[in-house]
Design a protein around this ligand. Structure first.
Ligand code: GTP
Ligand code: MG
Length: 253
């Protein structure tokens, strides 16, 4: 299989939860900036990537982070991409931005182009325009913010309306590191996810809890779908997540 090189994300955040690196309304098209290769399965380059320092990859997919403002979408992405959490004042994302990360899944390199959306209502129409191209959505709420949890149903309605029907979806209860201010129990998150038939886990961009796992699970599901042989059993995302979490828990004790 021929490999393709990943153009590096244009973003260069000085703070993980900070500044908009790319504003919406710019050139869009498939692949975002025009310098980005197409995503969505086997890599078929139309033109050489601009960055000479990129990594090779076999498959590429677009993943979008959605959820209310302040739930931790930007921090989750920065934690995954850079392994960092810089506490400080909250700078709300303006419009939409993306960053790339190439994962090694068994013998395959899977590039995720991860779109970080603005949760604020005033940017909603911009976000809507990007759903169509997303292969996977990570829908976040904040376990310390009941409203963000209650709004999950609104987000699901929106997803239903604007995203592709077969989009891979996962619900994440973020800020699981905060114990004293928690207002949404893990069981409530699980219940809601079951109700809507979506995989679920709690994460923390601050401690790093389950961050890698969330993106890896999504990447595995997407890879499975892209490479699937007719007689292969379906990849069970929630089972994979549960198994991995059990594994992590047993290693800790
Ligand atoms: N304790 C804790 N705080 C977090 C976590 N994730 C994010 N935060 C804090 O929550 C605030 C909002 O985080 P962001 O990542 O900027 O939120 P966002 O969802 O991107 O918000 P918008 O860009 O407005 O949509 C910041 O002050 C972060 O430091 C987490 O896992 N734990
Ligand atoms: Mg943000």
């Amino acid at each position: 299989m021929s490999r393709k090189k990943a153009a590096k994300g244009k973003s260069s955040a000085s703070s993980p939860c900070a500044s908009p690196r790319r504003k919406a309304g710019g050139k869009r098209g498939k692949g975002g900036s025009g310098s980005e290769p197409q995503a969505g399965g086997l890599a078929h380059p139309r033109r050489p990537p601009l960055s000479s320092s990129g990594e090779f990859y076999d498959l590429a997919f677009k993943v979008m982070l959605v959820g209310d403002s302040g739930v931790g979408k930007t921090c989750l992405l920065v934690r995954f991409k850079d392994g960092a959490f810089l506490a400080g004042s909250f700078i709300s994302t303006v419009g939409i931005d993306f960053r790339n990360k190439v994962l090694n899944l068994d013998a395959m390199k899977v590039k995720l182009q991860i779109w970080d959306t603005a949760g604020q209502e005033r940017f909603r129409s911009i976000t809507h325009a990007y759903y169509r191209d997303a292969h996977a959505l990570l829908l976040l709420y904040d376990v310390t913010n009941k409203k963000s949890f209650d709004n999950i149903q609104v987000w699901l309605t929106e997803i239903h309306e604007f995203a592709q029907q077969d989009v891979v979806l996962m619900l994440l209860g973020n800020k699981a590191d905060v114990t004293h201010e928690r207002v949404v129990k893990r069981e409530e998150g699980e219940k809601l996810a079951k109700e809507f038939g979506v995989p679920f886990m709690e994460t923390s961009a601050k401690s790093g809890l389950n961050v890698e796992l969330a993106f890896t699970a999504i990447a595995k599901e997407l890879r499975h779908r892209a490479m699937k042989e007719a007689d292969e059993p379906k990849f069970q995302l929630q089972e994979y997540v549960d198994r991995e979490m059990r594994g992590m828990a047993c290693c800790k004790s």
